[in-house]
Design a protein around this ligand. Structure first.
Ligand code: NAP
Length: 320
């Protein structure tokens, strides 16, 4: 299968790129990836995406973006890209079903994934009380106790969402000050269901076939204690989904793709947008803005290629 523009990833960056590329009549192909809609689709309420006075659900926002791009001709493929070859043109991609997709221009919008705690019990009890998605799993913790780990916007945002269901929520944070925005801090401090466990890290998640507690160490005093809980939601940041591109594109020391302010990577015709390059802002709106830039750059790139090809053809047919 060949497309002029292939977009890997279907979060706000990928879907906005799809909208702009579709409106440029390029019929882009979006390969949805592991998390259709991207991380925003797993977010409960988005209150800071302009244009939605009362906020909008993350899933609904992503779904709207997808439909909007489809209206102008964007196409979607439910697949995961397993290999890419950027050394030849067209660029070559192999999906998890073994299908080969080629592209004249490629927009990488593979985003970032939740960082794991990396402690005993985390993997074993995944989906048995350990969850990285409050929106998806909050309902299962109705009337129960949960622990959220982290002190950023995600920890507080998702923690506040969980208080709709749970009876008690403890936020375990490794420092005694939060990184989250003041408005979320105010809401969390005034929520009667939330208490904080400061200067502490989770060392182990306990339970046989479901979570029953966490072992926590206080970094100031060294004291170890057990918190009884039915669920654990780690929200300790993200790691970029760039393993596909190792050795082919330049990555920074944290694994983010290096692209210029016009979303261009070192390989002409390959653009990168959203959380896969951005470790500072990581907002749906900034990702969408970058997706727009990447699609416009891809459109210009393809026009230049076509222009150059036409000139070559003219030269070849001009008598000497
Ligand atoms: P983040 O801002 O990087 O915060 C990660 C939190 O986890 C920090 O408090 C950090 O502690 C802690 N942490 C990191 N590694 C840890 C470890 N190994 N063990 C224990 N704790 C650890 O990540 P985020 O909250 O996922 O947010 C990511 C981006 O999305 C941010 O730019 C954020 O503003 C944005 N976001 C915005 C909203 C919103 O606007 N409503 C909602 C969600 C996310 P330290 O503080 O000590 O570093």
């Amino acid at each position: 299968m060949h497309s002029k523009v292939v977009i890997i990833g279907s979060g706000p960056a990928g879907l906005t790129a799809a909208l702009y590329a579709a409106r440029a009549n390029l019929e882009p192909l979006v390969i949805r990836g592991l998390q259709p809609g991207g991380l925003i689709a797993t977010t409960s309420e988005v209150e800071n995406y302009p244009g939605f006075v009362e906020g909008i659900g993350g899933f609904e926002l992503a779904d709207n973006m997808e439909k909007q791009a489809a209206r102008f001709g964007a196409r979607y493929m439910d697949a995961i890209v397993e290999r890419v070859d950027l050394s030849q043109r067209p660029f070559r991609l192999i999906t998890d079903s073994g299908e080969e997709v080629t592209a004249d221009a490629l927009i990488i919008a593979t985003g970032a994934s939740p960082r794991k705690l990396g402690v005993p019990g985390e993997e074993r009890l995944a989906n048995r009380g350990v969850s990285y998605c409050a929106t998806c799993d909050g309902f299962f913790f109705r009337g129960k106790k949960v622990v959220v780990v982290g002190g950023g916007n995600s920890a507080l945002d998702e923690g506040l969402f969980l208080t709709r269901y749970v009876s008690e929520l403890k936020i375990v944070h490794r420092r005694d000050a939060l990184r989250a925005d003041p408005i979320l801090q105010e809401r969390a401090f005034s929520n009667p269901k939330i208490t904080f466990v400061w200067n502490s890290i989770v060392e182990e998640i306990l339970g046989d076939d479901k979570v029953t507690g966490v072992r926590v160490r206080n970094l100031k005093t060294g004291e170890v204690s057990i918190i009884e809980t039915d669920g654990v939601f780690p929200y300790i940041g993200h790691i970029p989904n760039t393993s596909l591109f190792k050795g082919q594109l330049e990555l920074d020391e944290n694994g983010y793709i290096i692209a210029d302010h016009r979303t261009r990577t070192a390989i002409s015709g390959v653009f990168a947008a959203g959380d896969v390059v951005d470790h500072i802002y990581r907002q749906a709106i900034t990702a969408a803005g970058e997706g727009c830039k990447a699609a416009m750059e891809a459109t210009w790139f393809l026009s230049e290629q076509e222009h150059a090809a036409r000139k070559l053809a003219e030269l070849a047919t001009t008598p000497a």
